[in-house]
Design a protein. Sequence first.
Length: 258
Amino acid sequence: MNYKLIVLGFAFATLLPAWQDRGPSFEVAEIKPSDPSVLKPGKGRMLPGGQIAVPGYTLRELVMFTYGVTDDMISGGPKWVAEERFDIVAKAPPGANDTALRAMMQGLLKDRFRLVTHQEDKPMSAYVLTAMKSAAPLKKSQASGASQCHWTDLGGGMRRRECQNLTMAEFAKELPNTGGIGIQLPVSDQTGLTGRYDFQFEVGMARRPSDDGAPPDPFDTDGPNIFAALQKIGLHLENKKIPMPAIVIDRVERPSSN
């Protein structure tokens, strides 16, 4: 698992995929091969004026965060898809929200990489999110507009996650990309909750081994792990092997010139 995907500045992973739909497009988009002397890719980030910069990513990694999936949910494509790195700088129209940005990125991959995919269910290890019957119900949201979540640093390895106007499907999508909690597998929403909710929880940072490159252990934290934290708000997270929607790359080309 590539940990830099966890710290992307976009909230793409909270949104449902629009697999082959056309959507809005960036006003300007530049794609070029990354400088091979730069060994460590940077972080995806928003720049002044509505620009988005995604430096040093493979197409496979771009598909991961654009469609909100993990690496083991992607198959197909030539070898270079996981090896060659690209820098992307794009300018979005004024007022573009997260949903529009995601659609623009999907369109960019289709247009410039000639990316064609289809969806298949694939049995894999995943976390299943369910609602605990004995717990108090989550608070229905009274907010309007886009859903949002943010972190508050509490010190001592503890953070508070606060979410507003969020569906459980959106929450399940964002969990594998929520930095520091150690969830490295996809999450399936099986809560049966269909509304939008406001909630918060406090969780300890998962410790990451410094040398062997293994994923951080979600049970080894400086405070309550994500499983205990979610139980306090009436949600249960359990590891199972279940069918999950995966992306199969049918066709792809190296990007066209700018």
